[in-house]
Design a protein around this ligand. Structure first.
Ligand SMILES: NC(=O)c1ccc[n+]([C@@H]2O[C@H](COP(=O)([O-])OP(=O)(O)OC[C@H]3O[C@@H](n4cnc5c(N)ncnc54)[C@H](OP(=O)(O)O)[C@@H]3O)[C@@H](O)[C@H]2O)c1
Length: 317
């Protein structure tokens, strides 16, 4: 039996998933959060919710049968599963195309009202990136299986819980030099995770359907500006060194051997393309769903973790 205020979230243990659980459970929705390992991720997920509003579901292998059982119980399904690099059996096509295809098929079969899928911004131009092509393929499969689905295409999503600003804060606090790829000129429209989860919440509340929406923050800033803002915020001066492409490729080839790569060849290709609105789709601003949080203001709230002297250190820069 379907519970009217129940949300099923796949990929719930990630940055966006944890923030979404907080948003929905605080507003009296019941959330079923799917993870591959309750043992490893349970403590991160459980602490996000009001007592009694969250159910954890462990799924290791996704089948029609186990997905369908969950879809039967909810009116809204949100898919946040995604990877930034391929490892072993986790291929882009499997995660970004085949899995969303299966989820959207099951959502449709089981009369789910809303299927919301997180894709990515700027992937249309990045025709040489496997990540981008697999995300686009996923969008096409979903639209075919569940034409009323909502596809969200965010720029970089950041917060104290991310793998982006916090990684750069860590690296910039220890390394004397930071390489700049493509001269640091690639543009981004970073959106704070709480602005994005407010948008998803409004999409559910106002029952928006059949839309593709680019989700961006209030500013357009270059990669170099992002690094400079982070440096200012952590109170450090570092050399930002533009790397010629052939050196950047060697850099990426070495980095991608790491268990959690800092950069892969595919990510280097993606970095070539601006990550800003395409004007092909509507944006969150067209739906009056504003994203007001500014990058510098927000990172200043948590950068003290990487500042010498901590929260009460005097700013030098
Ligand atoms: N963060 C950004 O800047 C950004 C920008 C644009 C688009 N997006 C998209 O937004 C979505 C959510 O992003 P996020 O930052 O919250 O991601 P995240 O922190 O990396 O979390 C992704 C989730 O995917 C699940 N997952 C990973 N590999 C999986 C696999 N092989 N099978 C099943 N589940 C798997 C993980 O869940 P378990 O380990 O618990 O199973 C994890 O919770 C992704 O699709 C991402 O591509 C993110």
């Amino acid at each position: 039996m379907k519970n009217q205020d129940s949300i099923l979230i796949f990929g719930s243990s990630g940055q966006i998933g944890r923030s979404l659980i907080r948003k929905f459970t605080k507003n009296n929705y019941r959330v079923i959060a799917v993870t591959r390992s309750i043992h490893r991720k349970g403590f991160q997920i459980k602490t996000q919710s009001n007592y009694g509003y969250l159910e954890l579901e462990e799924i290791n292998s996704f089948t029609e049968n186990n997905i369908s059982k969950l879809m039967k119980r909810v009116t809204v399904c949100i898919n946040l599963i995604g990877i930034l690099y391929e490892k072993k059996k986790n291929h882009f096509n499997l995660i970004h195309s085949d899995l969303p295809s299966l989820l959207s098929k099951e959502a449709s079969k089981n009369a789910v009202d809303q299927f919301i899928h997180l894709s990515a911004l700027g992937i249309e131009s990045a025709t040489d990136s496997k990540y981008a092509l697999s995300k686009l393929d996923g969008e096409r499969n979903i639209k075919k299986n569940f034409p009323k689905s909502v596809i969200l295409k965010p720029s970089i999503v950041y917060s104290v819980d991310d793998n982006f600003t916090t990684n750069f804060m860590r690296l910039l606090s220890i390394l004397p030099v930071m390489p700049l790829y493509y001269n640091g000129k690639t543009k981004f429209s970073p959106i704070h995770v709480s602005d994005l989860t407010d948008i998803i919440f409004q999409i559910v509340q106002t029952k928006i359907s059949g839309e593709t929406i680019e989700c961006v923050g209030p500013e357009v800033i270059t990669f170099k500006e992002i690094l400079l803002k982070i440096l200012k915020s952590i109170n450090k001066k570092r050399l930002l060194l533009p790397l010629p492409l052939f050196l950047a490729k060697i850099n990426a080839k070495l980095f991608q051997l790491m268990p959690k790569p800092l950069l892969t060849m595919d990510q280097l290709k993606l970095l070539k393309y601006d990550n800003v609105i395409s004007k092909k789709y509507k944006t969150n601003f067209d739906f009056n769903m504003e994203a007001k949080k500014k990058f510098e203001d927000e990172i200043n709230r948590y950068s003290f973790n990487w500042t010498t002297g901590g929260q009460f250190a005097k700013k030098k820069i």
